[in-house]
Design a protein around this ligand. Sequence first.
Ligand code: AMP
Length: 274
Amino acid sequence: MIVLETVSAVREFRRPVRGRLGLVPTMGGLHDGHLSLVRLAQAQTDEVLVSIYVNPTQFNSTTDFERYPRAFEKDLETLESMGVTAVFRPTDALMYPEGFATTVKVTGLAEIWEGKYRPGHLDGVATVVTKLLNITRPDRAFFGEKDYQQLLVIRKLVRDLDMAVEIVPGPTIREPSGLALSSRNALLSPEERQLAPGLKRVLDDTAQAILAGQPVGEVITAGIATLTGLGFTGDYLALVDGTTLEELTAQRPGGRLIAAAHPGNVRLIDNRAL
Ligand code: AMP
């Protein structure tokens, strides 16, 4: 496995004809959610490049950026043992050299939900993913449904900017408790960890009630009340159109439940199809 640290090293790596290249962008602190995307990439492409970069422009606070879990050496060992071809590990100076002035902003889609609660977050994601795609020029790039709005934003920017890459989604990988795997789970206190699986339970109960025909507005209000009762501070729980993320007041095909809530200091997001 090669570790690439400069744009020219990536270009050099990319130059020989190598069959289809798959890219799995990550911020490291790898868990089974990331590794499932690596396996999906290995099944669908000939060689897999994993990027590991904790992107400062997608964080809303320096504290969150600084305490974000990092485990580069362990990540390298894991990826090596999986037979990944290469890892791209850029530095901040490489990604955002002095004078860097461009932001990729997907208007509308990146301004609602996460865009509202974490202003600028999805612009940071869109910008760094555009750069990663331009640097590595993969045939396919793999993203988790866990970050559902992020996946839609990336699909949209790739279409809007005519980028020659296929975006492939991978399903959310969960703990047996139902909690979606996330690097940030490592930051949960024991009490928060106990509480955290409640988010998925509420998503499931809400989905069931909607599918049973109960009025969406009432079911959502009850779901939010349950989250609060459990001890979560809620940002949102909503039924949305799975393509536009427009809020729905009645179930229709393609509906998706999305949620963001804090069981304490850590913010969790989750979603499920109906
Ligand atoms: P991150 O390192 O958190 O930026 O995530 C890198 C990629 O892994 C993104 O495409 C995420 O959506 C995906 N991912 C994170 N957690 C999970 C999970 N539990 N299941 C599937 N994919 C995930």
